[in-house]
Design a protein around this ligand. Sequence first.
Ligand code: ADP
Length: 488
Amino acid sequence: MDWYNPSDTDIPKGHFIDGRFMSFNDDTSVDVICPSTGQAYAALNYASPDTVEFAVSQAYQAYRTNSWASMAPRERAKYLFQWAELIEKHQASLAQLESLGSSRPYHEVLQWDIPYVVDCLRFFAELADKHGGYVGATQQDRLGMVISQPYGVIGAITPWNFPMSMLMWKVGPALAAGNAVVLKPSEMTPFTSVYLAKLAVDAGIPANQFNVVQGDGKTVGQAICEHSLIGKVTFTGSTATGAAIMSTCALKGPKPSTLELGGKSPQVVFADADIDKTALTVAKAITGNAGQVCVSGSRLIIHQDIAETFSQKVLSHFSQLRMGPTWNKSTTLPPIISAGQAQRINSIVNQSIAQGAERLCGGELINDGGSFFTPTLLAITDNNNCAVQQEIFGPVLTMQTFDSDEQAWALASHETYGLAAGIHTQNLQRALTGMRQIEAGSVWINRYGRSFDHIMPTGGFKQSGIGKDIGVEAFQANLKTKSVLIDF
Ligand code: ADP
């Protein structure tokens, strides 16, 4: 049974600039593949350099001349709230478009992604008038004020794993703070972004305040980062691409960037944890969106006394997952985004086994139209094994055992990444010690994953990123400060 018929989906065409859908003669047309079937389902216009130039200059003009940045912040918030309402109204079509083009199952988009996007937008709208500067301790015969103002045009580059949620992480705070935005979504999941941009205009947000240009990273994404009228870049994606973007921002500016990058997050489970609840949490944290989540809990670090019992429970949860297209009602394990990505997962798993990992289940690449990967558990003793060291971005969990707290914390820390970590124990002292020890931007104790508490910023340490998304910090990151001195 299907939630909808995929061939009945309306696909928006073109970029979204100047408050409307636009295509240009010198755009290149490229097929977009549906991850569930492996077939092309639509064509995407890749922007030419002229199109990028047009989108950015329109956004800059809008920033300079529109009422948006200068309007009373509560008024700005009103339009953002109207946008949130429209997103809710269009949730069924948005969910269909999102699930057709990505690995997000339809019912999960409706139950999780849309409420998350809407709530996140409302959180940032509420912040629009909840900030200010300060008066400095200057000499008595002058007044020194530190005020904040928007950057101007924010360049936003987003990945394919949660297309609408990642968009709102960037666009919500940028608009709430008074900026204009030029967004380039992933070329693999491009269509819900222009739909959302159209709804923004329908909600009364001025044209060109939020423009979307379509295309690949190396040309279109790069051109956005290079553009002199882009005041700041915000990005979520791989560490390698984040580094490339930071280097472009350094050379073509310099301009600041916020980067939310890769992870290899540990789930540390002690013998005193609630075993049943934790096994389910651990299984979900690596199989949700088929493991294609930056904060996937991909390294199980478990006390040796419970490793056998615990891993059996995780395997039992794995075995209940059903692969299928995102629109099928029984699907609980969605496809891998592309055949190439599935091949990459497969080759790391094979290499890991060749390096001594014991495969406790899974490890199978299944091509059934789309590419699927069976949930995999690898028992590993060598911390240098490639499955422990590399981000896999698939449903592959490594398991390492410890017999002392010190050993647990040592294994939990990762040479490269520091995005998130889970600690599972009934012992408060142990949990809080681990919380301090582990080098990660988010630590979850007796739970795993983000919540709707948008007040909690997210972002990585080490090569997992720079700066924060969500939270008040993400809002403030869209403002720059200016010092003003007035002589009496
Ligand atoms: P993936 O390869 O898995 O899609 P990336 O991190 O490379 O992950 O992509 C995330 C986003 O970054 C996408 O929108 C992609 O088009 C964009 N991108 C890729 N390379 C660059 C680049 N050099 N400059 C700017 N954006 C890029």
